[in-house]
Design a protein around this ligand. Structure first.
Ligand SMILES: C[S@@+](CC[C@H](N)C(=O)[O-])C[C@H]1O[C@@H](n2cnc3c(N)ncnc32)[C@H](O)[C@@H]1O
Length: 276
C-alpha cells in the first residue's frame, strides 16, 4: 500500500461515503436487473458502498475487501448496525486479488488510481468475474465544490485553487506509487483492453444544496481539514482563509455559514465479461 494512512482516515471515508451515497444509489439502479450470487467490493474502506450493495442484493453473498484491517472492522460494524449481511476479507492490491473467489458483480470505488499499474489492476479485476459477470469501476467525475466563488474574505476562487493543488498532489501520488505506469486514463478503453464488453460510462450527480444537513456539513469540514493538512502548494493568504473557515467560533466559518453546499459528480464505468 502507498503512504496514505487509510486507517486514520476511517471517519472521513465513512462520512464522505455517506454524503456521496446518492451516486451509489443511482449507479445501483443501473444494476437492478442483475441477480448476482457473489459480489465483491474491492477497496471497500469502511463499507458504505458494500452495505448498500448488500441491501440492494439481499440474496447475494457480499464481501468487502480491503488492505486496512481497521477499515474492514468498521465495515463489519456498519453492516451489523444496518442489519445487512456482509463478509470481510483482507487483501493487498494488486497481488492479493488472485486469492479471491470469482464473483458475478465486482464493484471498486476510487481504488484503481491508488495502484501503480492501473491497466494490470483492471485486468486482474476483470479476471475475478464469472462468465457474464459485471465490473463497475468508479473513477473520474468532477471534483467536489462546496463554497461560493466569493466567500466574503480572502481572494475569490479559493475552491479552484484547492482543486488545482489537489490535482498536482494526485499526479505526484501516482508518480510515486510502486510500479507506477503512465497510461491514458481512458477508463472505458481500459475496460475493453481487459477483455470486457458492453462497456459504458455513466456519471451521477451528488447534489446537496445549502443549507447542509449537519452530517454532510461535517463531511465538508473533514475534506477541508485534510486539504489544509496535505496540500503544500497553497500560499499564506489561502492558508489564512482556510484557517478562518475551519474556526468553529467564526460565523463565516464552514460550521456556521449558511451558504455551504456539496456538489460533485462520480463516473462509473461498467463492463461485462463475455458469457461463453
Ligand atoms: C479512496 S478509498 C475508497 C473507499 C471506498 N471504496 C469509497 O469509494 O469511498 C481507497 C480504499 O482502498 C484501499 N486501498 C488502497 N490501496 C490499496 C492497496 N494497495 N491494497 C489494498 N487496499 C488498498 C484503502 O485502504 C481504502 O480503503
Amino acid at each position: 500500500m502507498n503512504d496514505f494512512d487509510w486507517a486514520a482516515m476511517a471517519d472521513l471515508l465513512e462520512r464522505e461515503g455517506e454524503a456521496h451515497g446518492p451516486y451509489v444509489e443511482q449507479a445501483l439502479e443501473q444494476l437492478r436487473h442483475l441477480t448476482p450470487r457473489r459480489i465483491l467490493d474491492i477497496g471497500s474502506g469502511p463499507g458504505v458502498a458494500a452495505c448498500r450493495l448488500a441491501a440492494a442484493f439481499p440474496l447475494a453473498e457480499v464481501t468487502a475487501v480491503d488492505g486496512a484491517a481497521e477499515l474492514l472492522a468498521r465495515a463489519a460494524e456498519r453492516a451489523e448496525r444496518l442489519g445487512v449481511r456482509l463478509r470481510t476479507e483482507a487483501a493487498e492490491f494488486p497481488e492479493g486479488l488472485a486469492g479471491l473467489e470469482p464473483a458475478d458483480l465486482v464493484w471498486t470505488g476510487q481504488v484503481v488510481h491508488h495502484v501503480g499499474d492501473q491497466q494490470d489492476a483492471l485486468d486482474r479485476l476483470a479476471g475475478l468475474l464469472e462468465p457474464g459477470g459485471v465490473l463497475a469501476v468508479v473513477e473520474g467525475g468532477l471534483p467536489a465544490r462546496w463554497l461560493p466563488r466569493d466567500i466574503g474574505f480572502g481572494r475569490p476562487g479559493l475552491q479552484d485553487r484547492l482543486a488545482a493543488a489537489t490535482a498536482e498532489r494526485f499526479s505526484r501520488m501516482r508518480a510515486e506509487l510502486p510500479g507506477s505506469v503512465a497510461v491514458v486514463e481512458d477508463w472505458a478503453g481500459m475496460l475493453r483492453t481487459a477483455g470486457l464488453t458492453e462497456v459504458r460510462s455513466k456519471t451521477f450527480l451528488v447534489d446537496h444544496p445549502a443549507p447542509l444537513a449537519p452530517d454532510v456539513r461535517q463531511s465538508v469540514r473533514q475534506m477541508l481539514q485534510r486539504q489544509r493538512t496535505v496540500l503544500g502548494e497553497l500560499d499564506a493568504d489561502d492558508l489564512a482563509t482556510i484557517d478562518r473557515l475551519l474556526d468553529p467560533a467564526d460565523p463565516a466559518g464552514i460550521d456556521r455559514r449558511p451558504d455551504v453546499f456539496l456538489l460533485t459528480a462520480k463516473t462509473v464505468h461498467f463492463g461485462r465479461r463475455p458469457a461463453g
